[in-house]
Design a protein around this ligand. Structure first.
Ligand code: ADP
Ligand code: MG
Length: 348
């Protein structure tokens, strides 16, 4: 039997491109080479598609994927040149222009099956205001919030925020990810500044209630039948899980499974699956919660392409459920093909 071609798209235009490279490096070392031939394409910060290595067996420890530092511009191809009959794409891209529906739409136009959520879910989960509105309509618990749109009366919005919420208040651009443009305001002046900062990144701003809480995450996998993992906890020694803390200082460790009451864990798994369905999810996602000291659960967000190195929360959550990293990748490819056939069948 000939091998299945797996096309790995990695890098990308967002601030999270470094995590993407690490995820891709992990994947090329873990996929089942009896089943797959892996073709890789690096997407540069400026959005060029660069054809990179092809792997038919596990690469050695010294084999590195191309990055912005080692990019060979002469290997640039037209984005549509990634097309190959019967291939499946794993867009291991995080953040805007990768996880937000744009690449997903491009792959649908090319008629390529791809791992992960579709256009609607990717775009909806990337927009923090849209996510909140959908969660609200499905009765899923979340922190109190309001939206501010560029051009709205700022003083009026600040007054409303102070009526509805109490400090500390978190301010976030609707569409960014990786904590970029997010700040925590402890008073009116900081709130004004926080909105100003967030407006540099997006014209849609989410203003929400700050909470003191543990950060607990649940893995989701499946199309129609959705499986969830036991929760894991992001253990922080910093108050605010910002980009530096997340990716650079390594100030984060994980507890898997999280030490939480069984009933709390069950509720979180229920809400995670409900939110995934509400947003139209398929393939995978990681659902992030806040858990307060008095056991209040708030759903914070759904990450449709979570960090995917072998040591990232999402794969480790599945490992804990008895599904190892290699088999997880194979299962994601199978789910991608299943969704592709379903989509194509509906067109006739
Ligand atoms: N309402 C909140 N209360 C307390 N901490 C928050 C709140 N919102 C965000 N944070 C902190 O900021 C981090 C990043 O916010 P998040 O909404 O997850 O954005 P991102 O898309 O960048 O991951 C969270 O992991 C958490 O540490
Ligand atoms: Mg987050």
């Amino acid at each position: 039997m000939s091998k299945q071609t797996l096309i790995l798209l990695y890098g990308g235009r967002s601030a999270e491109r470094e995590v993407s490279v690490l995820s891709a490096e992990s994947i090329i070392r873990a996929v089942d080479y009896h089943q797959f031939l892996v073709k890789t394409y690096f997407i540069t910060q400026s959005g060029d598609f660069i054809q990179t290595q092809i792997f038919s067996e596990t690469p050695g420890p010294d084999e590195k994927l191309m990055t912005n530092e080692t990019v060979i511009p002469a290997q640039k191809v037209a984005p549509s040149a990634i097309y190959q009959t019967d291939a499946v794409v794993f867009p291991v891209l995080h953040g805007p222009m990768g996880e937000d529906g744009s690449v997903q739409g491009f792959l649908e136009v090319l008629r390529l099956p791809y791992v992960g959520t579709n256009v609607l879910t990717s775009a909806g989960a990337m927009d923090k205001i849209v996510t909140k509105q959908i969660l609200e309509s499905f009765g899923i618990p979340q922190v109190a919030y309001m939206a501010y749109f560029e051009g709205d009366d700022l003083e009026k919005a600040i007054n409303q925020a102070e009526e509805k919420l109490s400090y500390p208040i978190f301010v976030k651009p609707a569409n960014m990810g990786s904590s970029v443009g997010i700040s925590r305001a402890a008073n009116r002046e900081e709130l004004r500044q926080a909105i100003g900062l967030a407006l540099k990144y997006d014209s849609r701003i989410l203003i929400e209630q700050g909470v003191t809480a543990r950060e607990i995450e649940v893995g989701l996998l499946g199309n129609r039948a959705i499986k969830t993992t036991l929760p894991g906890e992001v253990v922080k020694d910093v108050a605010f899980y910002d980009y530096e803390a997340k990716y650079i200082d390594n100030k984060i460790s994980m507890a898997i499974p999280a030490q939480v009451d069984g009933r709390i864990a069950e509720k979180m798994r229920h809400y995670a699956a409900k939110a995934f369905r509400a947003l139209g999810g398929c393939g995978l996602s990681r659902c992030d919660f806040f858990l307060t000291e008095d056991n209040q659960i708030y759903l914070n967000e759904l990450n449709t392409m979570p960090g995917f190195t072998q040591w990232s929360m999402y794969p480790l959550l599945w490992e804990n459920m008895g599904l190892n990293y290699t088999d997880l990748i194979s299962e994601l490819v199978r789910l991608a093909q299943e969704m592709f056939h379903k989509r194509e069948d509906h067109l006739f």
